[in-house]
Design a protein around this ligand. Structure first.
Ligand SMILES: Nc1ncnc2c1ncn2[C@@H]1O[C@H](COP(=O)(O)OP(=O)(O)OP(=O)(O)O)[C@@H](O)[C@H]1O
Ligand SMILES: [Mg+2]
Length: 243
């Protein structure tokens, strides 16, 4: 995927969540890292068409994400999303969580939606849990079901915002493995994470976002092995101390 941002700004009241951010790159798997409050989630929301910039330009795969609710909706539907938690409708089973958007948002027939949902659940080892409500599944199973839902309509880009930060280490590993598998299968992904080991393993580009700007973007070997910016060095020294 191609990403291009120029002077991208998103303000909330007096806070510049993104502050004239600029970026131009081509990546298959872009991983966003950086200090808390730096702007990762805001940037992901803009990339997915879930939110709009206050000013500046953003285009993805040559599609400008301009102020136009109808076009943003079309763009949003082309992508898949998974967030930290609360991804599933609590009153629907795992299967229904996948079939509902396929039918209501993507216009699939009931039987096509069911086929697709079963195939996705099966792929992630969840077929036995198809009839369970989210509350009857573990956190890891819920995130895997959320991932199954996110990929069910063949998204152009999968946007993942700290998809494992609410999970314990064993469940984290389960979900990270699936993401790695999707990436290996050619799925384009933009993901934010505080897991540096995973970022290193899965990314072909890493962007460090702090105070609403991209401070450095490089392939992972460069960014983790020989960062260009002093800020990156200090950030990595801090977060890798116990890794
Ligand atoms: N809906 C909102 N209303 C007001 N301020 C917001 C909103 N969303 C984000 N912000 C502010 O924008 C800044 C960037 O937040 P963002 O959530 O993008 O950071 P982040 O890098 O994802 O942080 P974390 O690693 O903690 O998830 C923060 O100062 C945050 O408080
Ligand atoms: Mg965030």
């Amino acid at each position: 995927m191609k990403l291009h941002a120029e002077s991208l700004t998103r303000t909330y009241g007096k806070v510049n969540a993104l502050d004239s951010l600029s970026l131009s790159l081509e990546a298959r798997v872009l991983v966003l890292i950086g200090p808390s409050g730096g702007g990762k989630s805001t940037f992901l929301r803009l990339c997915g068409g879930l939110d709009e910039a206050t000013s500046g330009l953003l285009s993805i795969n040559d599609t400008p994400l301009a102020h136009d609710p109808a076009r943003l909706l079309v763009w949003r539907r082309r992508n898949g999303f998974l967030f930290q938690q609360f991804n599933l409708f609590p009153h629907l089973t795992a299967l229904e969580n996948i079939t509902l958007p396929l039918e209501k948002v993507h216009g699939n027939s009931k039987s096509v939606a069911l086929d697709t949902a079963r195939r996705c659940l099966n792929r992630f080892g969840l077929l036995a849990h198809a009839e369970k409500l989210p509350a009857q599944m573990s956190g890891g199973q819920q995130q895997r079901a959320g991932l199954a839902r996110a990929i069910a309509a063949n998204p152009e880009i999968l946007l993942l915002d700290e998809p494992t930060s609410a999970l314990d280490p064993e469940m984290t590993a389960e979900v990270l493995e699936l993401i790695q598998e999707l990436a290996a299968g050619g799925q384009h992904i933009i993901l934010s994470t505080h897991e540096m080991g995973f970022a290193k393993a899965v990314a072909d580009h890493v962007a460090l976002i702090a105070a609403g700007k991209i401070l450095e973007t490089s392939p992972p070997t460069q960014l983790f092995g020989n960062p260009r910016e002093e800020f990156t060095r200090r950030f990595l020294a801090k977060v890798m101390r116990f890794a």
